[in-house]
Design a protein around this ligand. Structure first.
Ligand code: GLP
Length: 243
């Protein structure tokens, strides 16, 4: 595991975007695993900038997102499909039919999970997976548990995740309590992983996940076992790591 230190959120975003740009330049038909949340917004803006300058093209890129809230359709403002369309997809030349997320409105959970694992398998796996990290160490929506979940599954979100994500919902809006999420297997099978972390509120979990024991109680800790995982974190998020 490689740790790259950035001064602040903007520098973290530039460094992460540079790694993703290099991936696309080296392999224009890359399969990118994409994330939602506040952490990747700056990275996506940098990628949009590089696209607008003509440095990279997403024409041949395929994307597969980590997760989606159960019960929300793609036109719901809080859905991750909506987030991806507005934050990235509508601003680059990616083909819409090449962008995949779990279907939050799927009626049969098991079928939807199997379908999504199949989508990832049909693509031949993920070339580069971008990740954020939750305060309890979750990656995608793989919450702390007694085992590392394997394939795509429907998960009951923990109170801490619901509380953290409620900041993005309007007052009075119901925050979904279940989500479809890619499992640890597809994430760990990605050829390259880039995890981004910014801010003092991530300092404790960064220390626990990447400098503590590997345990399903801290799902991100398994990334220590990945052969090509890069953590790009700012000084605030690395504040508890001794030099
Ligand atoms: C959500 C997402 C995760 C994300 C996490 C952290 O729970 N499912 O993929 O990493 O939030 O979000 P943020 O980057 O906003 O701190």
């Amino acid at each position: 595991m490689k740790i790259i230190k950035a001064k602040d959120y903007n520098e973290m975003s530039r460094k992460a975007a540079n790694i993703i740009s290099a991936q696309i330049i080296m392999k224009p038909d890359s399969v990118l695993g994409l994330a939602t949340g506040s952490s990747p917004i700056g990275t996506y803006n940098e990628l949009i900038d590089s696209y607008q300058k003509g440095d990279i093209s997403f024409e041949l890129v395929k994307s597969v997102n980590l997760d989606e809230y159960k019960g929300l359709g793609g036109d719901h403002k809080q859905s991750y499909r909506y987030f991806m369309e507005n934050t990235l997809f509508s601003k680059i030349d990616i083909q819409k039919e090449n962008t995949y997320l779990p279907n939050g409105l799927a009626e049969n959970d098991e079928e939807e999970c199997a379908r999504y694992d199949d989508v990832i398998a049909q693509m031949g796996g993920i070339d580069l997976q971008l990740l954020g990290i939750g305060h309890n160490g979750h990656i995608a929506f793989n919450e702390p548990s007694d085992v590392f979940p394997d394939g795509t599954h429907c998960v009951k979100l923990t109170e801490s995740t619901i509380t953290a994500n409620s900041r993005l919902f309007d007052e009075g809006e119901v925050v979904p309590t279940y989500a479809f999420t890619m499992g640890i297997k597809a994430i760990m099978q990605a050829k390259k992983i880039v995890l981004i972390a910014s801010g003092t509120d991530k300092a404790a979990i960064v220390k626990e996940a990447f400098f503590g024991p590997i345990t399903p109680k801290v799902p991100a800790s398994i990334l220590q076992m990945h052969p090509d995982c890069i953590v790009v974190a700012d000084e605030a998020a690395l504040a508890l790591i001794n030099e």
